[in-house]
Design a binder for this molecule. Structure first.
Ligand code: NPQ
Ligand code: MG
Length: 367
């Protein structure tokens, strides 16, 4: 039985500023949910940023959505599946829904002694790790940063790009590190369909994919772009549900999908997108939102499913944090181990988590 849910706000510094086409991040604003009952704690980590730069969601907005609309849906016996069904009455707010669904799912799986990986149908014990490289001040800086990640053992490099930092940086990385390097780019919606010919210049570099070149709402324009650019188009921000994924694939807007559970409302919807793509032979990979160990552990369970055939942004803890809130995830031969314990399979160091926590509020769950 669920007795109470705690909403915890915390703050953690990044090891280095992370620059994308939408801005520079130097720290992560955190929102965790803890589902308490029967002596078990289920954890969820919200992926929203402090400002609505990646998508329309932001962490204070998620907190408001949770307090006013989502937490009141939970009773002592609500399952993750039941919550997600009743939460459908509210439009959007995927990241707010995802954190609560995940905390409920972690709680019930821990009670059953089943790991999230087992629940999802994971088939791998470890997953290959890629890394997302921020926009750098100069190409020399970029080459140094990429070299460092390759020395760490990362198996795939993703370069963040924007107008003015695209063709030449990609050319330089390809030239410096060779044709064998698994290389892709992510524009975070920074281009327009009128940039199609410009983006086609990336075709010469044999990239795995171009991620989200155009705005989230312009799904059909991605299909137009895919007729001009030979490099596979991968959608991230646009894919908010399995229905959008199906339509995007049907019209040829993308041939690869980045699955982020937070962006699609949780792990249950993420599994549906995986299953759709697996059935159609469409490659998927697991994105990242600078999660601490709680969110990272859950993503690894997802990335261990059979359809995740490309390395994800599931990087080691040290990519983002000097000290993670869980036992750190470390690279071994370019891979991260999938946790095997019940639920997400790991717990935060509560003393450390408390030290970075600004506020904990408790919501009692009335029977
Ligand atoms: C992406 N992630 O694939 C995102 C974007 C992103 C690993 O590239 C704070 C919180 C900063 C979430 C910066 C990666 C972020 C963030 C970028 C997400 O598009
Ligand atoms: Mg992306």
């Amino acid at each position: 039985m669920i007795r109470e849910i705690r909403l915890r706000r915390a703050h953690i510094e990044l090891v280095s500023p992370f620059r994308t086409s939408f801005g520079v991040e130097t720290a992560r604003e955190l929102l965790y949910l803890e589902v308490h009952g029967d002596g078990i704690t289920g954890w969820g980590e919200c992926v929203a940023m402090s400002e609505p730069m990646y998508s329309s969601e932001f962490v204070d907005g998620c907190e408001a959505m949770l307090r006013r609309f989502l937490l009141p849906l939970v009773t002592p016996t609500t399952t993750a599946e039941q919550f997600t069904e009743v939460a459908r009455q509210f439009r959007g707010h995927y990241m707010a829904k995802a954190v609560l669904e995940t905390a409920l799912l972690d709680h019930q799986l821990r009670a059953q002694g089943v790991s999230l990986g087992t629940f999802l149908g994971a088939t791998k014990a470890r997953v290959p790790s890629g890394v997302s490289v921020g926009i750098q001040p100069t190409i020399d800086d970029l080459l140094r940063v990429v070299q460092g990640y390759l020395d760490d053992g990362y198996l795939r490099i993703k370069l963040k790009i924007e107008p003015g930092f695209d063709v030449e940086p990609v050319r330089a990385v390809r030239r410096a590190f060779g044709d064998e390097l698994l290389l892709q780019v992510d524009a975070n919606s920074a281009y327009a369909i009128s940039d199609a010919e410009h983006l086609a210049q990336l075709d010469q570099f044999n990239l795995l994919l171009i991620e989200q070149p155009l705005p989230e709402e312009q799904v059909a324009s991605h299909a137009d772009l895919a007729r001009v650019v030979r490099t596979p188009i991968c959608l991230d921000e646009s894919i908010l549900s399995v229905e959008v994924a199906r339509e995007a694939l049907d019209i040829g807007a993308c041939s690869i999908i980045n699955i982020k559970p937070g962006r699609v409302g949780g792990y249950l919807e993420a599994k549906k997108i995986h299953d759709l793509c697996y059935e159609r032979g469409v490659a998927v990979w697991c994105g990242g939102m600078l999660e601490t160990g709680i969110g990272r552990a859950a993503n690894l369970a997802l990335a261990a499913m059979p359809g995740f055939t490309l390395p994800g942004d599931t990087s080691a803890s040290a990519r983002y944090f000097h000290r993670d809130v869980t036992t750190p995830f470390v690279l071994r031969d370019g891979h991260l181990d999938v946790p095997t314990g019940p639920g997400i399979g790991c717990d935060p160091d509560l003393a450390y988590l408390d030290s970075i926590t600004s506020r904990v509020d408790t919501v009692l769950i009335a029977g």
